[in-house]
Design a protein around this ligand. Structure first.
Ligand code: HEC
Length: 265
């Protein structure tokens, strides 16, 4: 058996290696050599790969702002601290009177809208019932207590058709019942309380007709001398404190027709 010289074996082996890309013996080293370029490629591709990966769940700017800002700004602390107090003041400001109930005039306006506007017009301009604007009611009733009586008992309670009512010296002539269009003014002594009557009469006489009134600290109408027109039970009283109406609803004191404005007795 002929011996193949060692150097020839080596040359042959080198030749094979150069032809087939390496022997199994060198294959273990080849991946290591090849992995370097692959890692390089991955590293080069990495920045591009990170951006598409982040795209599916971007952090919205408002979320980011919510996560990074202070939870309550320092300037808002006193604002928040006084918020309850402001709420009380604000709600109190909505209610015209101190006890939280609507003012007398607001009550009167609501009663007018429900009970009177249908005949006298939404703004008192007249209709089935008489005109109330431009001083008309103040002319008929220079003393507001006369109007209280007329509305309490109505045309029929005042007397038969043609009964005069209100100021006898009324400019343009004293009014007589059933003289406007033949219809009676209904009586309201069954459907309104006396304090409700006062509220709606005040609204008509003052707001719609322009009469001048005197009011107390709560904004409720008084007699011209400041005496109350209602007692603690809500009944109409005279300046002397007696009931203003007798059992059939007629005045217990004479109206002062000569007082051009305000309610005097
Ligand atoms: C059903 C229709 C009707 C309703 C509702 C009505 N009125 Fe009248 N009102 C009249 C008529 C009609 C007259 C005229 C009466 C007459 O000539 O006898 C009148 C007259 C009056 C007068 C007299 C005015 C003047 O200058 O002579 C007053 C005050 C008055 N009404 C107030 C009221 C008030 C307050 C209410 C609501 C609480 C009311 N009226 C609801 C029909 C109505």
């Amino acid at each position: 058996m002929t011996e193949v010289p060692e150097h020839l074996l080596k040359r042959s082996k080198d030749r094979r290696t150069s032809l087939d890309g390496g022997s199994p013996g060198e294959a273990a080293a080849a991946p290591a050599a090849q992995s370097a370029p692959i890692e390089k490629a991955t590293a080069a591709a990495a920045p591009a790969a990170v951006v598409p990966a982040a795209a599916p769940e971007p952090v919205p700017p408002y979320v980011e702002a919510a996560l990074t800002r202070k939870k309550i700004p320092y300037w808002a602390m006193p604002v928040l601290a006084f918020l309850p107090l402001w709420a009380v003041i604000f709600i109190g400001g909505l209610s015209p009177s101190s006890n939280g109930e609507p003012s007398q005039l607001a009550t009167g306006q609501a009663i007018f809208a429900t009970n009177c506007a249908g005949c006298h017009g939404a703004g008192g301009g007249g209709g089935v019932g008489r005109v109330m604007t431009d001083g008309a009611l103040v002319a008929t009733f220079p003393d507001i207590i006369g109007q209280l009586e007329f509305v309490w008992i109505g045309s029929n309670g005042t007397g038969p058709a043609g009964t005069p009512y209100g100021d006898p010296a009324r400019a343009g002539g004293q009014h007589k019942t059933m003289s406007y269009n033949g219809n009676p003014m209904p009586n309201f002594d069954k459907s309104l309380s006396q304090s409700q009557l006062l509220a709606v009469i005040r609204y008509e006489w003052e707001t719609l007709s322009g009469g001048k009134t005197t009011v107390d600290a709560e904004g409720n109408i008084t007699y011209a001398d400041g005496k109350p027109m209602l007692d603690a039970a809500g009944e109409l009283i005279t300046p002397e404190g007696k009931l203003l109406f007798d059992p059939v609803g007629k005045l217990t004191i004479q109206p002062n027709w000569t007082t051009p404005s305000g309610s005097k007795s």
